[in-house]
Design a protein around this ligand. Structure first.
Ligand code: HEM
Length: 222
């Protein structure tokens, strides 16, 4: 039996999306270190970041992360283009009431805003720290790359603070809708379970959007 290409794309989007959701929990927890007093936070943040870059197992997870981001974006774009061409039957696997929500109709636009965020974000940190592009970061007293300083100096710029905070609104909307429809795409149709899942998705999306959105502000005023 031939594999339905739409089903295949949705499964890839859902599976990679769920993996990215787990990454965000770990990433937000790590970034909460930035809120601790400086004498504790600098060493902890920098040694955590060094461990991430140097641990071979985590390096493999990082490659899975990059591949997941690329697959998620590429297949989401393919589905968005397909939906635009076949207009009336948008996002066919969702329930009718979800189809009418603003978020579900604009997942493509919201996704592009998040993509813009990720490109800028990777240029701010990843390109500088991992690829050595741009101004070289300094080192802390333990000889670790001073990622804490890179973060604090970036968030001295109010425009970056606003950019990081405002773009957490589309991220929150995307996570809320994506988490709900992701489970359905993976074949989870249990009615009661889906209701609970909708609540979990809302709480998760709110924590991620508020958490990531508030950190740059706290750093700016610290
Ligand atoms: C307060 C907001 C955030 C801060 C301070 C922050 C900080 C950082 C830092 C310092 C790195 C580089 C880590 C290293 O190589 O040592 C990084 C990497 C990364 N961040 Fe963020 N981040 C934030 C929000 C986000 C959000 C919302 C996303 C996704 C939507 C995201 C996605 C990523 C990705 C994909 C990487 C590359 C990870 C890797 O190479 O292992 N970040 N972030």
């Amino acid at each position: 039996m031939a594999l339905n290409p739409l089903f295949f794309r949705k499964t890839i989007i859902a599976a990679t999306g769920l993996f990215l959701c787990i990454f965000l929990i770990v990433h937000l927890s790590a970034n909460c270190i930035l809120l601790l007093p400086e004498d504790v936070a600098r060493g902890l943040y920098n040694s955590y970041s060094t461990a991430l870059r140097e641990n071979p197992l985590i390096k493999i997870v990082a490659y899975i992360l990059y591949i997941s981001i690329v697959l998620h974006v590429v297949y989401a774009l393919l589905i968005t283009i397909r939906n635009r061409k076949a207009k009336p039957e948008k996002y066919t696997m969702n329930q009718a009431n979800e189809n009418s929500s603003w978020t579900s109709q604009n997942m493509g636009l919201i996704g592009i805003m998040i993509l813009l965020f990720i490109v800028v974000h990777l240029a701010n940190f990843w390109a500088r720290i991992k690829l050595g592009i741009g101004e070289a970061p300094g080192f802390d007293a333990d000889g670790n790359v001073d990622v804490y300083e890179v973060t604090y100096s970036l968030f001295q710029n109010i425009y970056y603070v606003i950019f990081y905070t405002v773009l957490m609104i589309p991220l929150g909307l995307h996570l809320h809708h994506g988490l709900k429809s992701g489970f359905k795409s993976l074949g989870f149709y249990h009615q009661k379970g889906l209701k609970t899942l909708a609540k979990v998705a809302l709480i998760y999306a709110a924590i991620m959007a508020i958490g990531f959105g508030i950190i740059p502000f706290i750093v700016y005023f610290k």
